[in-house]
Design a protein around this ligand. Sequence first.
Ligand SMILES: [Zn+2]
Length: 378
Amino acid sequence: MQLLRRGDLGPAVAELRAMLISQALLPPGPVRDVFDITVEHAVCAFQQRRGLTVDGIIGPVTHQALCDARLRLGDRSLTYSVSHLMRGDDVATLQERLLQLGYDVGRADGVFGPQTERALRSFQRDYGLQVDGLCGPGTLRALRQLGLRIGGGRPVYLREQEQVRQSGPALRGKRIVIDPCHGGPDRGSVVEGVAEADLMWDLAQRLEGRMAATGMETLLSRGPGSSPSEAERAIFANDASADLVLCLHTDANGSPHAQGVATFHFGTGNGTTSTVGEALAGFLQRELVHRTGMLDCGTHPKTWEVLRMTRMPAVRLELGYLTHPHDRGKLLDPAFRDVVAEGILIAVKRLYLLGENDQPTGTFTFADLLRCELAKAE
Ligand SMILES: [Zn+2]
């Protein structure tokens, strides 16, 4: 898909302006075909509202989100169609309603998959509706009536917490998808010949080695020469029934001053959040900041596809800015990448320890961890 940015002209821009007007992000009026500064501001506002990366540029992710945002619950009948999954904000709203009523749709990811259908059928059965897995006028009426009166927990996030507790503190047997970003022809950010994809591939190997030594099962989301989409990476993790997903990135910025490490978990910014994802992001952020001395850019909720579509807790790490000379220098040092790999592994261990046998941040070593894991295995 062609990117749209400030300065562009033509029918695609006119279509974009019409979409932004329908979202009340641009004032109504005759539709023009110029991507000017007001359009850029509107795009940024939309991206912020949706928890997307705010860059004012229409790429495939922002374009898809704009298409999704056009659909309101009730605009069309919703059902599970294997050949072409329905997606949009109307599906997300349906999923949110079902979640509020206690039906487990997984994440409210805006995609009508088999789990949404099962939840919808259970709802229809429980409320004496026709059990057809189709959200049409009758089901909508029932949902509207109930939605006003009943609120409840978020079973999917409680289930995530319970799974972590039940799976116990040992790392052995836990299945982790390591997701080194980009790949193949897509090099990610490249600064002075240093490519994000290569650095994160190398880090993934270091992490994989350490995890394997503790008895964990690791899967890489891609091979050295391939570059799956975010959605494909999420599907891979779902098919593997992974316990956790760790996405490895470095950041880049037009300003040479931007620097530091940040972590991201699934969350919409208005209260819906993966509690385990958030906890893991916190452990990762603290261990990495402490061990690397990099600037602490915090943990943040995001709706990026790989965080939203995965059915297990997923965290994305942005390990420094390749555009910052100091960060880049550190990342180029293999010993530094070992420190990062170790910090990540310890943070995962902390998640499963649930606060027990705690040691101060930054002091738990790989050797300690191996000793602890092997003692348990005997
Ligand atoms: Zn990246």
